[in-house]
Design a protein around this ligand. Structure first.
Ligand SMILES: Nc1ncnc2c1ncn2[C@@H]1O[C@H](COP(=O)(O)OP(=O)(O)O)[C@@H](O)[C@H]1O
Ligand SMILES: O=C(CO)[C@@H](O)[C@H](O)COP(=O)(O)O
Length: 551
Protein backbone atom coordinates (compact mmCIF):
# COMPACT_ATOMS: atom_id res chain seq x y z
CA UNK A 1 0.00 0.00 0.00
CA UNK A 2 0.88 3.65 -0.29
CA UNK A 3 1.30 3.79 3.48
CA UNK A 4 3.77 0.93 3.41
CA UNK A 5 5.71 2.52 0.57
CA UNK A 6 5.89 5.78 2.50
CA UNK A 7 7.05 3.91 5.56
CA UNK A 8 9.78 2.15 3.62
CA UNK A 9 10.92 5.42 2.05
CA UNK A 10 11.13 7.07 5.46
CA UNK A 11 13.09 4.11 6.81
CA UNK A 12 15.47 4.06 3.91
CA UNK A 13 16.07 7.80 4.11
CA UNK A 14 16.78 7.38 7.83
CA UNK A 15 19.20 4.63 6.98
CA UNK A 16 20.73 6.87 4.37
CA UNK A 17 21.07 9.64 6.90
CA UNK A 18 22.99 7.29 9.17
CA UNK A 19 25.31 6.17 6.41
CA UNK A 20 25.42 9.45 4.51
CA UNK A 21 28.99 10.65 4.33
CA UNK A 22 29.57 13.31 6.96
CA UNK A 23 32.38 15.78 6.65
CA UNK A 24 34.49 15.86 9.76
CA UNK A 25 37.76 16.79 11.41
CA UNK A 26 39.95 14.34 13.31
CA UNK A 27 41.49 15.01 16.71
CA UNK A 28 44.39 12.80 17.83
CA UNK A 29 45.93 12.42 21.25
CA UNK A 30 49.35 10.82 21.71
CA UNK A 31 49.23 10.58 25.48
CA UNK A 32 51.40 8.66 27.92
CA UNK A 33 49.45 5.41 27.85
CA UNK A 34 47.66 5.37 24.52
CA UNK A 35 46.92 6.97 21.17
CA UNK A 36 43.32 8.09 20.81
CA UNK A 37 41.32 9.58 17.97
CA UNK A 38 37.93 11.20 17.61
CA UNK A 39 36.07 12.40 14.54
CA UNK A 40 33.90 15.48 15.03
CA UNK A 41 31.33 16.53 12.41
CA UNK A 42 30.50 20.07 11.28
CA UNK A 43 27.81 20.35 13.99
CA UNK A 44 30.55 19.45 16.49
CA UNK A 45 29.13 16.05 17.39
CA UNK A 46 31.62 13.29 18.12
CA UNK A 47 30.83 10.67 15.45
CA UNK A 48 33.71 8.25 15.91
CA UNK A 49 36.26 7.37 18.57
CA UNK A 50 38.91 4.71 18.91
CA UNK A 51 42.21 4.07 20.66
CA UNK A 52 45.30 1.88 20.89
CA UNK A 53 46.70 1.15 24.33
CA UNK A 54 50.48 0.70 24.44
CA UNK A 55 50.82 -1.88 27.24
CA UNK A 56 47.86 -3.95 26.07
CA UNK A 57 48.01 -3.67 22.28
CA UNK A 58 51.79 -3.48 21.83
CA UNK A 59 53.10 -5.82 24.58
CA UNK A 60 56.29 -6.49 22.59
CA UNK A 61 57.62 -3.10 23.74
CA UNK A 62 57.27 -4.14 27.39
CA UNK A 63 56.10 -0.77 28.69
CA UNK A 64 54.25 -0.19 31.92
CA UNK A 65 51.85 2.70 31.69
CA UNK A 66 53.39 3.41 28.28
CA UNK A 67 56.90 3.99 29.64
CA UNK A 68 60.10 2.34 30.80
CA UNK A 69 61.36 3.48 34.18
CA UNK A 70 65.12 2.90 34.17
CA UNK A 71 67.17 1.35 36.97
CA UNK A 72 68.20 4.76 38.35
CA UNK A 73 64.52 5.41 39.13
CA UNK A 74 64.58 8.88 37.58
CA UNK A 75 65.14 8.22 33.87
CA UNK A 76 61.83 7.53 32.12
CA UNK A 77 61.56 6.87 28.37
CA UNK A 78 59.22 5.50 25.71
CA UNK A 79 60.28 3.71 22.50
CA UNK A 80 59.69 6.02 19.55
CA UNK A 81 58.75 3.12 17.25
CA UNK A 82 55.97 2.12 19.64
CA UNK A 83 54.29 5.46 18.97
CA UNK A 84 54.71 5.01 15.21
CA UNK A 85 53.34 1.47 15.28
CA UNK A 86 50.41 2.53 17.46
CA UNK A 87 49.43 4.99 14.75
CA UNK A 88 49.69 2.27 12.09
CA UNK A 89 47.42 0.02 14.14
CA UNK A 90 44.88 2.75 14.86
CA UNK A 91 44.63 3.79 11.20
CA UNK A 92 44.17 0.13 10.21
CA UNK A 93 41.47 -0.26 12.87
CA UNK A 94 39.62 2.75 11.49
CA UNK A 95 39.88 1.38 7.97
CA UNK A 96 38.61 -2.05 9.09
CA UNK A 97 35.64 -0.46 10.83
CA UNK A 98 34.64 1.28 7.58
CA UNK A 99 35.66 4.78 8.62
CA UNK A 100 35.34 7.02 5.55
CA UNK A 101 38.66 8.90 5.39
CA UNK A 102 37.54 10.75 2.25
CA UNK A 103 35.35 12.97 4.45
CA UNK A 104 38.17 14.31 6.60
CA UNK A 105 38.56 18.03 5.95
CA UNK A 106 41.39 18.61 8.41
CA UNK A 107 43.07 17.03 11.39
CA UNK A 108 45.03 18.15 14.39
CA UNK A 109 46.26 16.51 17.53
CA UNK A 110 47.84 16.60 20.94
CA UNK A 111 50.83 14.96 22.55
CA UNK A 112 51.94 14.43 26.12
CA UNK A 113 53.94 17.54 26.86
CA UNK A 114 57.74 17.90 27.07
CA UNK A 115 58.77 14.52 25.54
CA UNK A 116 61.32 14.73 22.70
CA UNK A 117 62.08 12.78 19.52
CA UNK A 118 65.47 12.80 17.76
CA UNK A 119 65.38 12.35 13.95
CA UNK A 120 68.61 11.04 12.46
CA UNK A 121 70.36 12.78 9.55
CA UNK A 122 68.61 11.65 6.38
CA UNK A 123 65.26 10.92 8.05
CA UNK A 124 63.59 13.82 6.27
CA UNK A 125 64.19 12.10 2.93
CA UNK A 126 62.55 8.90 4.18
CA UNK A 127 59.60 10.84 5.55
CA UNK A 128 58.93 12.58 2.25
CA UNK A 129 59.16 9.42 0.12
CA UNK A 130 57.09 6.86 2.05
CA UNK A 131 55.68 3.90 0.16
CA UNK A 132 51.91 3.48 0.67
CA UNK A 133 52.36 -0.32 0.52
CA UNK A 134 54.07 -0.58 3.90
CA UNK A 135 53.19 0.53 7.42
CA UNK A 136 55.03 3.56 8.78
CA UNK A 137 56.93 1.71 11.50
CA UNK A 138 58.64 -0.54 8.94
CA UNK A 139 59.85 2.42 6.93
CA UNK A 140 60.90 4.67 9.80
CA UNK A 141 62.92 2.06 11.70
CA UNK A 142 66.31 3.62 10.99
CA UNK A 143 65.16 7.24 11.24
CA UNK A 144 65.92 8.02 14.87
CA UNK A 145 69.24 8.79 16.54
CA UNK A 146 67.73 8.05 19.97
CA UNK A 147 65.35 5.09 20.10
CA UNK A 148 64.12 5.62 23.68
CA UNK A 149 62.70 9.10 24.03
CA UNK A 150 62.69 10.99 27.30
CA UNK A 151 59.09 11.68 28.39
CA UNK A 152 57.45 14.06 30.88
CA UNK A 153 57.86 11.63 33.79
CA UNK A 154 61.65 11.81 33.52
CA UNK A 155 63.28 13.66 36.41
CA UNK A 156 66.93 12.92 35.67
CA UNK A 157 68.05 16.41 34.62
CA UNK A 158 68.47 18.34 37.86
CA UNK A 159 72.09 19.20 36.96
CA UNK A 160 71.01 20.64 33.61
CA UNK A 161 68.19 22.61 35.29
CA UNK A 162 70.60 24.30 37.67
CA UNK A 163 73.00 25.00 34.78
CA UNK A 164 70.24 26.64 32.73
CA UNK A 165 69.01 28.77 35.63
CA UNK A 166 72.55 29.86 36.43
CA UNK A 167 73.23 30.76 32.78
CA UNK A 168 70.01 32.78 32.61
CA UNK A 169 70.56 34.79 35.79
CA UNK A 170 68.40 32.71 38.10
CA UNK A 171 65.12 30.83 38.27
CA UNK A 172 62.92 33.94 38.27
CA UNK A 173 64.71 35.40 35.23
CA UNK A 174 64.23 32.13 33.34
CA UNK A 175 60.56 32.07 34.33
CA UNK A 176 60.01 35.66 33.17
CA UNK A 177 61.36 34.70 29.76
CA UNK A 178 59.99 31.19 29.24
CA UNK A 179 56.99 31.03 31.62
CA UNK A 180 58.51 28.49 34.01
CA UNK A 181 61.59 28.09 36.14
CA UNK A 182 63.71 25.11 35.07
CA UNK A 183 61.88 21.80 35.43
CA UNK A 184 63.48 18.40 34.94
CA UNK A 185 60.89 17.27 32.40
CA UNK A 186 61.08 20.45 30.31
CA UNK A 187 62.60 19.69 26.93
CA UNK A 188 65.54 22.11 26.91
CA UNK A 189 67.00 20.37 29.95
CA UNK A 190 66.37 16.96 28.39
CA UNK A 191 68.15 18.03 25.21
CA UNK A 192 71.07 19.41 27.27
CA UNK A 193 71.42 16.04 29.01
CA UNK A 194 71.45 14.16 25.70
CA UNK A 195 74.04 16.56 24.30
CA UNK A 196 76.24 16.14 27.39
CA UNK A 197 75.91 12.37 27.75
CA UNK A 198 75.58 11.29 24.15
CA UNK A 199 77.21 13.99 21.98
CA UNK A 200 77.52 11.64 19.03
CA UNK A 201 73.80 10.89 18.86
CA UNK A 202 73.16 14.61 19.28
CA UNK A 203 75.41 15.55 16.37
CA UNK A 204 73.73 12.92 14.15
CA UNK A 205 70.34 14.45 14.89
CA UNK A 206 68.95 16.64 12.11
CA UNK A 207 65.69 17.52 13.82
CA UNK A 208 64.22 17.46 17.32
CA UNK A 209 60.43 17.21 17.67
CA UNK A 210 58.08 17.33 20.63
CA UNK A 211 55.65 14.39 20.84
CA UNK A 212 53.03 16.73 19.34
CA UNK A 213 55.08 17.96 16.36
CA UNK A 214 56.45 14.44 15.84
CA UNK A 215 52.90 13.06 15.52
CA UNK A 216 52.00 15.88 13.14
CA UNK A 217 55.07 15.00 11.05
CA UNK A 218 53.77 11.45 10.60
CA UNK A 219 50.65 12.85 8.92
CA UNK A 220 52.47 15.56 7.01
CA UNK A 221 55.23 13.36 5.61
CA UNK A 222 57.64 16.15 6.50
CA UNK A 223 58.88 17.84 9.67
CA UNK A 224 56.08 19.74 11.31
CA UNK A 225 57.02 22.88 13.23
CA UNK A 226 56.55 23.14 17.00
CA UNK A 227 53.57 25.30 17.99
CA UNK A 228 53.87 28.21 20.46
CA UNK A 229 51.76 26.56 23.12
CA UNK A 230 53.52 23.18 23.44
CA UNK A 231 56.79 25.02 22.70
CA UNK A 232 56.22 26.87 25.98
CA UNK A 233 56.92 23.64 27.88
CA UNK A 234 60.59 23.54 26.90
CA UNK A 235 62.27 26.32 28.94
CA UNK A 236 63.45 27.60 25.52
CA UNK A 237 60.71 29.79 24.04
CA UNK A 238 60.45 33.50 24.71
CA UNK A 239 56.72 33.40 25.47
CA UNK A 240 56.07 37.11 24.82
CA UNK A 241 58.06 37.44 21.57
CA UNK A 242 57.31 33.86 20.47
CA UNK A 243 60.82 33.13 19.27
CA UNK A 244 63.45 30.77 20.63
CA UNK A 245 65.54 32.50 23.27
CA UNK A 246 69.09 32.49 21.88
CA UNK A 247 70.47 32.57 25.42
CA UNK A 248 68.46 29.50 26.47
CA UNK A 249 69.34 27.60 23.29
CA UNK A 250 73.00 28.42 23.77
CA UNK A 251 72.92 27.28 27.40
CA UNK A 252 71.45 23.89 26.44
CA UNK A 253 73.26 22.65 23.31
CA UNK A 254 74.98 23.89 20.13
CA UNK A 255 73.20 24.24 16.76
CA UNK A 256 69.88 23.80 18.52
CA UNK A 257 67.95 26.43 16.57
CA UNK A 258 68.40 24.60 13.26
CA UNK A 259 67.39 21.30 14.87
CA UNK A 260 64.17 22.78 16.27
CA UNK A 261 63.02 24.85 13.28
CA UNK A 262 61.00 28.04 13.77
CA UNK A 263 57.92 27.80 16.05
CA UNK A 264 54.46 28.65 14.63
CA UNK A 265 51.08 29.85 15.96
CA UNK A 266 49.08 26.89 17.27
CA UNK A 267 46.23 27.40 14.79
CA UNK A 268 48.55 27.30 11.73
CA UNK A 269 47.84 24.97 8.86
CA UNK A 270 51.24 23.32 8.55
CA UNK A 271 50.46 21.66 5.24
CA UNK A 272 48.33 19.07 3.47
CA UNK A 273 48.27 15.41 4.44
CA UNK A 274 51.03 13.35 2.80
CA UNK A 275 50.31 11.33 -0.34
CA UNK A 276 51.14 8.24 1.77
CA UNK A 277 47.87 8.65 3.71
CA UNK A 278 45.94 9.67 0.61
CA UNK A 279 46.92 6.48 -1.17
CA UNK A 280 46.90 4.06 1.75
CA UNK A 281 43.76 5.21 3.58
CA UNK A 282 41.87 7.42 1.14
CA UNK A 283 42.26 10.80 2.82
CA UNK A 284 41.41 13.58 0.36
CA UNK A 285 44.60 15.20 -0.99
CA UNK A 286 43.44 18.60 0.30
CA UNK A 287 43.03 17.39 3.91
CA UNK A 288 44.77 19.99 6.06
CA UNK A 289 47.09 19.29 8.95
CA UNK A 290 46.77 21.93 11.69
CA UNK A 291 49.76 22.22 14.04
CA UNK A 292 49.57 19.70 16.90
CA UNK A 293 49.95 20.96 20.48
CA UNK A 294 50.37 19.71 24.05
CA UNK A 295 47.63 17.66 25.67
CA UNK A 296 46.96 20.26 28.35
CA UNK A 297 46.60 23.12 25.86
CA UNK A 298 44.40 20.85 23.73
CA UNK A 299 42.21 20.14 26.78
CA UNK A 300 41.83 23.87 27.34
CA UNK A 301 40.53 24.09 23.77
CA UNK A 302 38.28 21.07 24.35
CA UNK A 303 36.80 22.70 27.46
CA UNK A 304 36.35 25.89 25.42
CA UNK A 305 37.84 28.12 28.07
CA UNK A 306 37.29 31.79 27.26
CA UNK A 307 38.76 35.03 28.52
CA UNK A 308 38.44 35.18 32.32
CA UNK A 309 37.49 31.51 32.69
CA UNK A 310 39.19 29.00 34.91
CA UNK A 311 38.99 25.21 34.84
CA UNK A 312 39.30 23.37 38.12
CA UNK A 313 39.98 19.66 37.97
CA UNK A 314 39.25 18.07 41.36
CA UNK A 315 40.89 14.67 40.95
CA UNK A 316 43.52 12.78 42.91
CA UNK A 317 45.40 16.05 42.90
CA UNK A 318 43.76 19.34 41.97
CA UNK A 319 44.81 21.11 38.77
CA UNK A 320 43.91 24.59 37.59
CA UNK A 321 43.89 25.75 33.97
CA UNK A 322 43.76 29.52 33.74
CA UNK A 323 43.10 31.89 30.88
CA UNK A 324 45.55 34.78 31.28
CA UNK A 325 45.75 38.11 29.52
CA UNK A 326 48.79 39.52 31.27
CA UNK A 327 50.91 36.73 32.67
CA UNK A 328 53.20 37.37 35.59
CA UNK A 329 55.48 34.33 35.64
CA UNK A 330 56.65 33.27 39.08
CA UNK A 331 58.56 30.40 40.60
CA UNK A 332 55.44 28.26 40.73
CA UNK A 333 53.17 26.95 37.98
CA UNK A 334 53.67 27.08 34.24
CA UNK A 335 52.66 29.73 31.76
CA UNK A 336 52.13 28.68 28.16
CA UNK A 337 51.10 30.63 25.09
CA UNK A 338 47.38 30.05 24.52
CA UNK A 339 46.61 27.36 21.94
CA UNK A 340 43.51 29.23 20.72
CA UNK A 341 44.53 32.89 20.75
CA UNK A 342 47.99 34.18 19.87
CA UNK A 343 47.61 37.30 22.06
CA UNK A 344 46.80 35.45 25.26
CA UNK A 345 48.25 32.86 27.62
CA UNK A 346 47.22 29.95 29.77
CA UNK A 347 48.64 28.69 33.03
CA UNK A 348 48.74 25.35 34.77
CA UNK A 349 48.87 25.07 38.54
CA UNK A 350 49.02 21.78 40.37
CA UNK A 351 47.96 21.20 43.99
CA UNK A 352 49.02 17.85 45.33
CA UNK A 353 46.71 17.76 48.37
CA UNK A 354 43.41 17.34 46.54
CA UNK A 355 40.90 14.52 46.81
CA UNK A 356 43.07 12.31 49.00
CA UNK A 357 43.27 15.08 51.62
CA UNK A 358 39.51 15.66 51.37
CA UNK A 359 38.94 11.93 51.87
CA UNK A 360 41.14 11.92 54.98
CA UNK A 361 39.22 14.76 56.61
CA UNK A 362 35.95 13.11 55.52
CA UNK A 363 37.02 9.92 57.29
CA UNK A 364 38.15 11.74 60.42
CA UNK A 365 35.33 14.27 60.72
CA UNK A 366 32.38 12.94 58.72
CA UNK A 367 32.37 9.19 59.49
CA UNK A 368 33.67 8.27 56.01
CA UNK A 369 30.58 9.76 54.39
CA UNK A 370 30.41 12.40 51.66
CA UNK A 371 26.81 13.14 52.57
CA UNK A 372 27.81 13.94 56.16
CA UNK A 373 30.70 15.97 54.79
CA UNK A 374 28.19 17.93 52.68
CA UNK A 375 25.90 18.39 55.66
CA UNK A 376 28.79 20.01 57.54
CA UNK A 377 29.37 22.43 54.66
CA UNK A 378 25.68 23.33 54.63
CA UNK A 379 25.45 23.80 58.39
CA UNK A 380 28.41 26.19 58.64
CA UNK A 381 28.55 29.75 57.37
CA UNK A 382 30.59 31.32 54.60
CA UNK A 383 33.83 32.54 56.11
CA UNK A 384 33.70 29.89 58.87
CA UNK A 385 33.47 32.66 61.54
CA UNK A 386 37.05 33.59 60.72
CA UNK A 387 38.54 30.14 61.29
CA UNK A 388 41.14 29.22 58.67
CA UNK A 389 42.99 25.97 58.02
CA UNK A 390 45.86 24.59 55.94
CA UNK A 391 45.87 20.86 55.27
CA UNK A 392 48.91 19.43 53.54
CA UNK A 393 49.48 15.85 54.66
CA UNK A 394 51.87 15.35 51.75
CA UNK A 395 54.40 18.01 50.76
CA UNK A 396 52.38 20.53 48.76
CA UNK A 397 53.66 21.90 45.45
CA UNK A 398 51.70 25.16 45.59
CA UNK A 399 53.06 26.37 48.02
CA UNK A 400 55.83 24.15 49.35
CA UNK A 401 54.41 23.47 52.79
CA UNK A 402 53.73 20.27 54.68
CA UNK A 403 51.55 19.73 57.74
CA UNK A 404 48.26 20.99 59.16
CA UNK A 405 47.82 24.49 60.56
CA UNK A 406 44.66 26.00 62.08
CA UNK A 407 43.99 29.63 63.06
CA UNK A 408 41.05 31.24 64.85
CA UNK A 409 39.44 34.58 64.00
CA UNK A 410 42.16 36.37 65.97
CA UNK A 411 44.84 34.70 63.80
CA UNK A 412 45.96 32.60 66.76
CA UNK A 413 47.16 29.11 66.15
CA UNK A 414 44.81 26.46 67.53
CA UNK A 415 45.37 22.73 67.67
CA UNK A 416 41.92 21.51 66.64
CA UNK A 417 38.55 22.60 65.29
CA UNK A 418 35.07 21.16 65.88
CA UNK A 419 34.30 18.66 63.10
CA UNK A 420 32.03 20.91 61.03
CA UNK A 421 34.45 23.82 61.28
CA UNK A 422 37.31 21.54 60.24
CA UNK A 423 35.46 20.47 57.09
CA UNK A 424 34.62 24.02 56.05
CA UNK A 425 38.16 25.19 56.87
CA UNK A 426 39.55 22.49 54.57
CA UNK A 427 37.34 23.29 51.58
CA UNK A 428 37.47 27.09 51.95
CA UNK A 429 41.24 26.88 52.46
CA UNK A 430 41.75 24.73 49.36
CA UNK A 431 39.75 27.15 47.18
CA UNK A 432 41.23 30.31 48.67
CA UNK A 433 44.70 28.90 47.95
CA UNK A 434 43.62 28.29 44.35
CA UNK A 435 42.37 31.83 43.89
CA UNK A 436 45.42 33.41 45.56
CA UNK A 437 47.95 31.40 43.56
CA UNK A 438 46.03 31.93 40.31
CA UNK A 439 46.05 35.68 40.95
CA UNK A 440 49.76 35.45 41.65
CA UNK A 441 50.21 34.40 38.00
CA UNK A 442 48.14 37.32 36.73
CA UNK A 443 44.68 35.71 36.75
CA UNK A 444 41.72 38.02 37.43
CA UNK A 445 38.10 37.07 38.07
CA UNK A 446 35.98 39.05 35.57
CA UNK A 447 32.22 39.72 35.46
CA UNK A 448 31.93 37.11 32.70
CA UNK A 449 34.12 34.54 34.45
CA UNK A 450 32.95 30.94 34.38
CA UNK A 451 34.49 28.27 36.56
CA UNK A 452 34.50 24.90 34.82
CA UNK A 453 34.71 22.05 37.31
CA UNK A 454 35.71 18.49 36.46
CA UNK A 455 37.04 15.42 38.23
CA UNK A 456 35.68 13.22 41.02
CA UNK A 457 34.84 15.92 43.56
CA UNK A 458 32.92 17.95 40.96
CA UNK A 459 30.04 15.55 41.64
CA UNK A 460 29.62 17.19 45.04
CA UNK A 461 27.34 20.25 44.78
CA UNK A 462 28.18 21.49 48.27
CA UNK A 463 31.88 21.57 47.47
CA UNK A 464 31.06 23.42 44.23
CA UNK A 465 28.99 25.97 46.20
CA UNK A 466 32.07 26.87 48.25
CA UNK A 467 34.05 27.16 45.00
CA UNK A 468 31.44 29.58 43.57
CA UNK A 469 31.45 31.63 46.78
CA UNK A 470 35.24 31.90 47.11
CA UNK A 471 35.69 32.99 43.46
CA UNK A 472 32.44 34.99 43.30
CA UNK A 473 31.65 33.35 39.96
CA UNK A 474 29.25 30.68 38.69
CA UNK A 475 30.47 27.09 38.56
CA UNK A 476 29.65 24.80 35.62
CA UNK A 477 30.37 21.11 35.32
CA UNK A 478 31.69 19.60 32.12
CA UNK A 479 32.47 16.20 30.78
CA UNK A 480 36.17 16.16 30.02
CA UNK A 481 36.47 12.56 28.89
CA UNK A 482 38.67 12.87 25.80
CA UNK A 483 38.93 16.65 26.12
CA UNK A 484 42.41 16.67 24.50
CA UNK A 485 41.10 14.73 21.46
CA UNK A 486 37.93 16.75 21.12
CA UNK A 487 39.91 19.96 21.61
CA UNK A 488 42.24 18.84 18.82
CA UNK A 489 39.33 18.30 16.45
CA UNK A 490 37.96 21.75 17.40
CA UNK A 491 41.40 23.20 16.71
CA UNK A 492 41.40 21.51 13.30
CA UNK A 493 38.13 23.34 12.52
CA UNK A 494 39.75 26.54 13.79
CA UNK A 495 42.73 26.15 11.47
CA UNK A 496 40.38 25.31 8.61
CA UNK A 497 38.31 28.44 9.26
CA UNK A 498 41.34 30.68 8.97
CA UNK A 499 43.11 30.41 12.33
CA UNK A 500 44.39 33.67 13.80
CA UNK A 501 41.84 35.80 11.93
CA UNK A 502 38.85 33.95 13.40
CA UNK A 503 37.96 33.78 17.12
CA UNK A 504 38.10 30.18 18.33
CA UNK A 505 34.91 30.77 20.36
CA UNK A 506 33.07 31.53 17.10
CA UNK A 507 34.20 28.23 15.57
CA UNK A 508 33.06 26.13 18.56
CA UNK A 509 29.84 27.94 19.45
CA UNK A 510 27.70 24.91 18.46
CA UNK A 511 29.50 22.59 20.88
CA UNK A 512 27.57 21.24 23.89
CA UNK A 513 27.29 23.78 26.68
CA UNK A 514 28.52 23.17 30.24
CA UNK A 515 25.87 22.71 32.93
CA UNK A 516 25.38 25.32 35.66
CA UNK A 517 25.98 23.75 39.09
CA UNK A 518 26.33 26.64 41.58
CA UNK A 519 26.08 30.42 41.69
CA UNK A 520 27.71 32.64 44.35
CA UNK A 521 25.58 33.17 47.47
CA UNK A 522 24.55 36.75 48.27
CA UNK A 523 27.23 38.44 50.34
CA UNK A 524 29.97 36.00 49.31
CA UNK A 525 32.30 38.59 47.82
CA UNK A 526 32.29 40.74 51.00
CA UNK A 527 33.11 37.70 53.14
CA UNK A 528 36.04 36.51 51.00
CA UNK A 529 37.36 40.00 50.25
CA UNK A 530 38.38 40.13 53.90
CA UNK A 531 39.33 36.51 54.28
CA UNK A 532 41.51 36.06 51.17
CA UNK A 533 44.25 38.52 52.24
CA UNK A 534 44.17 36.98 55.70
CA UNK A 535 44.68 33.49 54.28
CA UNK A 536 47.54 34.77 52.08
CA UNK A 537 49.20 36.42 55.08
CA UNK A 538 48.96 33.26 57.18
CA UNK A 539 50.34 31.18 54.32
CA UNK A 540 53.35 33.50 54.19
CA UNK A 541 53.71 33.21 57.96
CA UNK A 542 53.75 29.41 57.78
CA UNK A 543 56.23 29.49 54.91
CA UNK A 544 58.62 31.76 56.75
CA UNK A 545 58.29 30.09 60.15
CA UNK A 546 58.14 26.41 59.46
CA UNK A 547 59.80 23.69 57.59
CA UNK A 548 58.27 20.35 58.37
CA UNK A 549 55.00 19.12 59.79
CA UNK A 550 53.28 20.79 62.72
CA UNK A 551 51.76 17.64 64.11
N1 LIG B 1 30.73 12.99 46.18
C1 LIG B 1 32.03 13.27 46.25
N2 LIG B 1 32.45 14.32 46.97
C2 LIG B 1 33.76 14.64 47.03
N3 LIG B 1 34.73 13.94 46.41
C3 LIG B 1 34.38 12.89 45.66
C4 LIG B 1 33.02 12.50 45.53
N4 LIG B 1 32.99 11.42 44.72
C5 LIG B 1 34.27 11.15 44.37
N5 LIG B 1 35.11 12.02 44.93
C6 LIG B 1 36.58 12.07 44.84
O1 LIG B 1 36.99 11.91 43.53
C7 LIG B 1 38.31 11.35 43.54
C8 LIG B 1 38.63 10.73 42.19
O2 LIG B 1 38.60 11.70 41.22
P1 LIG B 1 39.00 11.42 39.70
O3 LIG B 1 38.84 12.70 38.96
O4 LIG B 1 38.25 10.24 39.21
O5 LIG B 1 40.52 11.04 39.90
P2 LIG B 1 41.79 10.95 38.93
O6 LIG B 1 42.66 12.09 39.34
O7 LIG B 1 42.40 9.63 39.31
O8 LIG B 1 41.29 11.01 37.53
C9 LIG B 1 38.28 10.35 44.66
O9 LIG B 1 39.55 10.25 45.25
C10 LIG B 1 37.23 10.93 45.61
O10 LIG B 1 37.86 11.51 46.75
O1 LIG C 1 53.88 17.03 32.10
C1 LIG C 1 52.71 17.32 32.00
C2 LIG C 1 52.26 18.73 32.06
O2 LIG C 1 53.27 19.64 32.35
C3 LIG C 1 51.70 16.26 31.85
O3 LIG C 1 50.39 16.74 32.08
C4 LIG C 1 51.76 15.57 30.52
O4 LIG C 1 51.41 16.44 29.48
C5 LIG C 1 50.82 14.38 30.72
O5 LIG C 1 50.37 13.72 29.66
P1 LIG C 1 49.21 12.60 29.85
O6 LIG C 1 49.33 12.06 31.26
O7 LIG C 1 47.91 13.28 29.65
O8 LIG C 1 49.53 11.59 28.84
Amino acid sequence: SAGQTKGRAARSSRAMAVHAPRRCCLGWDFSTQQVKVVAVDAELNVIYEDSVHFDRDLPEFGTQGGVHVHKDGVTVTSPVLMWVQALDILLEKMKASGFDFSQVLALSGAGQQHGSIYWKAGASRVLTSLSPDLPLHQQLQACFSISDCPVWMDSSTTTQCRQLEAAMGGAQALSCLTGSRAYERFTGNQIAKIYQQNPEAYSHTERISLVSSFAASLFLGAYSPIDYSDGSGMNLLHIQDKVWSQACLGACAPHLEEKLGPPVPSCSVVGAISSYHVQRYGFPPGCKVVAFTGDNPASLAGMRLEEGDIAVSLGTSDTLFLWLQEPTPTLEGHIFCSPVDTQHYMALLCFKNGSLMREKIRNESASHSWSEFSKALRSTEMGNSGNLGFYFDVMEITPEITGRYRFNAENQKVSAFPKDVEIRALIEGQFMAKRIHAEGLGYRVMPKTKILATGGASHNRDILQVLADVFGAPVYVIDTANSACVGSAYRAFHGLAGGTDVPFSEVVKLAPHPILAATPSPGASQVYETLLPQYAKLEQRILSQTQGPSE
